[in-house]
Design a binder for this molecule. Sequence first.
Ligand code: 5AD
Ligand code: FES
Length: 332
Amino acid sequence: MSLSLNEARRLLTEATPDEVDALMAEARRVRDEVYGPRVFMRGLIEVSNHCKNDCFYCGIRRSAKCSRYRLSEEEILACCRKGHELGFRTFVFQGGEDGWFTDERVCRIVENIKREWPDCAVTLSLGERGRASFERLRKAGADRYLLRHETADREHYASLHPVEMSFDHRMQCLRDLRELGYQVGAGFMVGSPGQTVETLMEDLAFISEFRPEMVGIGPFIPAHGTPFGDRKAGSVELTLRLLAIIRIMHPHVLLPATTALGTLHPQGRERGILAGANVVMPNLSPKEHREEYALYDNKLCTGHEAAECRACLAARIASTGCELVVDRGDFQ
Ligand code: 5AD
Ligand code: FES
């Protein structure tokens, strides 16, 4: 079954419960055909919650009054060491746009990791940087880069970000990353303020045109003290439908069942996997900093979603009929 944008629009807006069930089943079938019923895990290391930007939705924006931290190079390597023992073969460094993470520092970290664990992939998620910077990081060994496009609609983008942030620069970064040979992750929040079916269709069209190797989508969740702190959260059901639609339209895409989905629903990530997702990103950050990396309220940060509980995670994944695998989980 291939899916046209028009059919996708209809499934988003007026699918019957039976049609939704069929959509999810088809998404699982398509995923299994390419990757098997397998879920890849990535160790997420939240390296810093300092950020020079002021996105209206984000709990660690510059003007948020939250306590700030950043991990040292040694702390980051210690996280990877623990992660490697737990079976992680991809490490994702995510952080706000923090000037402390200069090219020199990030290159050194990436090189150290690649030297110590040559069997691992390194994914960066450090926001917008210049092309020369992306190039240096790539040469140092970074394999993948996650930079959600947030919305493919220019006006919608402007309503989510302060004027100094540019839609064009965001898109330029994505193109640069692609040209430099990264496996690229784009993505967006579901239910962000101002999002409409039309902007979602633009997101789907953008994904079809840009063809990112990864697509991260999760529901918007209000973060207190931000301009959108009193808006309502995105819908779990709509997120699941979008996951399934993206899986069917792009059989090879790597699709995480996100923490935000798990935050809004106790079985959110399992339901994501049942909708065709095939990646989970448990938290490998030092426990004492997890609460500080609060992009939104009530973010899952301790307990079963954390990386420590490998057995619980494996059991949760098994409940979806999939197997949690020790593998780099490259795009196929
Ligand atoms: N709710 C859900 N997701 C959020 N992000 C940032 N703030 C929120 C929020 N309030 C997402 C953005 C960003 C990613 C790291 O987290 O899409 O790209
Ligand atoms: Fe940090 Fe958006 S607030 S990049």
